[in-house]
Write a protein of this length. Structure first.
Ligand SMILES: *Cc1c(COP(=O)(O)O)cnc(C)c1O
Length: 416
């Protein structure tokens, strides 16, 4: 006899609990800045993606409130029916202008953008060539599209080249994150773009964690690429979110006229989904203005990143995404310039789920919110603390976190 749905799910949940994989949401009261109240406890937030410190910026919030007074709370319909507001259109123009691309197009979320775009662009008979650590939304878009998927070893342009060469006769789409969300390392974009060009493949880069931070703000594909003297040709499809460094919500794709017009016709997550509230677009416009003008935010952020890494080094704590190449070396020992950690994502890999959870709990007791990231978000055996730094932190707060880490994180056993 089949169990009832409730009985079936209760068993599945119990199994997750047994394996330390049960996840709980914590409730935040008030704003989501650095000083945050979580489940009634005041602490310092070191795990948001609010890299420029704009999510709780009073000016951005005021722009949102002012727009809401004018445009109301909801858009009422999809972009194609009656939901496309002037605030959306202006934001799209500002984004295209900033990136020097002909057009930009908004989506309600980055997840929806990636799924809708990939599904619209490729299908059965086509091939998607993807990095092994790509974001879940890129993976799901590939699945939904029905295209054949060929996965290459993480950040390995030679392996990508091989997969592109082995693809069938249909269209080829190379898809990669720019900054990998759980490891903080960079895709070798110049070499990947070269490989794609060699095989006449289209290119799509998800710059969720690079936009606003790298390239002077314009992201991982803008000069200067973080690796000196390399240039990245513009990808055909450039996606970034508005909920991370922009401090609002939503996402956009930037590209040529034909790409954008085609997506307006065919991206199902746009066509069949209510447009975000205009006030959210107004907030993103205000965030974008700060992102463009406030170079001090990036300068301060990179100072804090350097401070944090120096502190970890002094404590013997290895900052490392747990990525291993074929020879078993980690980026920390591989010393490739591509792995130079220039991003706000600083992972401390602890290995077991239990160790990561215990360290996260111990940090919270000391007033630091750093969430434990466990499989399936990261590969088995690489559970970690994902520390993120933002322009809203200050040096004392980073030093405080380092002192707490010294108490809560054991340096790893030397590997024989
Ligand atoms: C956060 C993220 C997304 C999803 O964006 P949302 O707007 O949060 O849905 C997509 N890709 C990457 C790499 C991300 O980190």
């Amino acid at each position: 006899m089949t169990p009832s749905l409730g009985a079936h799910l209760a068993r599945e949940l119990a199994a997750l609990e047994d394996r330390q994989r049960y996840r709980h949401r914590r409730v935040v009261a008030g704003s989501h800045g650095v000083r945050i109240e979580v489940d009634g406890r005041r602490c310092l937030n070191f795990c948001s993606n609010d890299y420029l410190g704009l999510a709780a910026d009073p000016g951005v919030a005021e722009a949102m409130a002012a727009a809401a007074r004018q445009t109301g709370s909801g858009s009422g319909a999809s972009q194609l029916i009656s939901g496309h507001n002037r605030a959306h259109a202006e934001l799209e123009e500002q984004l295209a202008d900033y990136l020097g691309r002909p057009r930009a197009l908004l989506f309600a979320t980055g997840f929806a953008a990636n799924v809708g775009i990939i599904d619209a662009l490729v299908g059965r008979g086509d091939t998607i060539v993807a990095d092994a650590l790509n974001h879940a939304s890129l993976i799901d878009g590939a699945r939904l599209s029905g295209a054949t998927k060929r996965v290459y070893a993480h950040a390995d342009p030679g392996a990508a080249d091989e997969q592109l060469g082995a693809a069938g006769s249909g269209h080829r789409l190379l898809v990669t994150d720019s900054v990998f969300s759980m490891d903080g390392d960079l895709a070798p974009l110049p070499a990947l773009m070269t490989a794609a060009a060699r095989h006449d493949a289209w290119t799509m880069v998800d710059d969720a964690h690079g936009f606003g931070v790298l390239g002077g703000g314009r992201g991982a594909c803008a000069p200067p690429y973080p690796v000196p003297e390399s240039r990245v040709p513009s990808p055909d499809v450039y996606v970034a979110t508005l909920g991370k460094s922009v401090g609002a919500a939503g996402a956009f794709v930037a590209g040529d006229e034909a790409l954008i017009e085609y997506l307006i016709q065919r991206a199902r997550t746009l066509v069949f989904s209510t447009a975000p509230p205009p006030a959210v677009a107004a907030a993103a416009s205000a965030g974008l203005r700060r992102l463009r003008e406030d170079d001090w935010r990036r300068a301060h952020l990179f100072e804090l990143i350097a401070r944090f890494r120096r502190g970890c080094e002094q404590l013997g704590i290895v900052v490392d995404g747990g990525i291993r190449d074929a020879a078993g070396a980690s980026p920390a020992t591989r010393n490739s310039p591509l792995e130079t950690p220039l991003t706000p994502i600083q992972p401390l890999v602890l290995g077991s789920d239990a160790d990561a959870l215990a360290a996260s709990r111990a940090l919270l007791e000391r007033g630091y919110l750093v969430s434990a990231i466990r499989p399936p978000t990261v590969p088995e055996g690489t559970a970690r603390l994902r520390v993120t730094l933002t322009a809203a932190h200050d040096a004392q707060q980073v030093d405080g976190l380092l002192a707490a880490l010294a108490d809560c994180v054991r340096p790893p056993e030397p590997v024989a």
